[in-house]
Design a binder for this molecule. Structure first.
Ligand code: GUN
Length: 281
């Protein structure tokens, strides 16, 4: 089975559109998402454009603030503080990567945790790892929802995560632990990745190495989620060798059309969640 991330994301956006309409009629205003983009990184420009378009489509008030590559750090930090105090702004996202002269950590920690739609603030990271309510990073949340589409009860399953990033691997671990999975996190220093993968009921690959995961590494009937987006001479490919793994997996996400569309849908979901929580404060 190929997991159709485009379809699942479209369903989620449809549900969110209805929710936004209801929220607007209850509270008199729609959730607002403000994205800050610094510089001219081409993939970032595309991501931000797609985020803006999708947000507008579901009725979220979407604003993009652009700064030149050489903007002073304090201008960005002051803008975030202004947005923190603006009731019309439910969620704030600063697109990464940032230029080297801007301290990513300072930027993330300046965003109010209750408006942190990325779930990158240490308060949200800590809450997620303690099993408390938190914003959940969009890409692992998207992966999680796709896994749950294939299998509702994950208790006791062995999940192998390839990549230990703050963006994906670590939050993915927390989400699967909450589902009572046994989780192995692998990374560049892991001794035998093939052996680790061959024990997995669920594989989540997020390392940025084209076609790293081979058919012979995957147990028959495993669920394989491919977060990789690698540009190669033969086009966009994931971290999984799709043609090989498709033959042994129970379910696999394609690249493109798998995890990618879910990431943006989850961002919209997080924006709506932040708006809803703000109404009770
Ligand atoms: N750059 C690549 N992915 C992401 C993401 O999920 N959030 C932000 N803020 N920047 C990114």
């Amino acid at each position: 089975m190929i997991i159709d991330g485009k379809k699942v994301a479209a369903e989620l956006r449809g549900e969110l559109k209805k929710k936004v309409t209801e929220l607007k009629s209850t509270y008199g205003e729609a959730p607002g998402l403000t994205v800050i983009l610094v510089g001219e990184d081409p993939p970032s420009k595309i991501y931000v454009k797609n985020k803006e378009k999708s947000a507008t489509e579901v009725g979220i008030n979407s604003v993009v603030i652009k700064y030149p590559e050489n903007v002073e750090e304090k201008i960005v930090l002051n803008k975030i503080k202004e947005l923190n105090n603006d009731n019309k702004v439910s969620g704030i996202l600063v697109q990464l990567p940032l230029p080297k002269h801007i301290d990513k950590r300072k930027v993330i920690e300046t965003i109010l945790p209750s408006k942190d739609v990325d779930g990158f603030h240490p308060m949200n990271v800590g809450n997620l790892s303690s099993g408390y309510d938190s914003s959940i990073p969009c890409t692992p949340l998207g992966c999680y929802l796709l896994i749950k589409k294939v299998k509702k009860n994950l208790s006791g399953k062995h999940a192998v995560i390839i990549g230990r990033s703050n963006l994906n691997g670590k939050p993915m671990t927390q989400l699967l632990l909450k589902e009572n999975c046994t989780v192995t996190i692998t990374h560049s220093k892991t001794k035998d990745l093939k052996v680790e993968c061959s024990r997995a009921d669920i594989i989540v690959a997020a390392v940025g190495r084209p076609k790293l995961v081979k058919g012979g590494w995957v147990k028959k009937g495993a669920i394989v989620i491919d977060v990789g987006i690698n540009k190669t001479d033969s086009g966009l490919v994931g971290d999984v060798d799709f043609d090989e793994v498709y033959k042994v997996a129970k379910a696999i996400t394609p690249v493109p059309g798998g995890v990618g569309p879910m990431t943006i849908a989850c961002l919209l979901n997080n924006t709506v969640e932040c708006f809803k929580k703000a109404q009770f404060n």
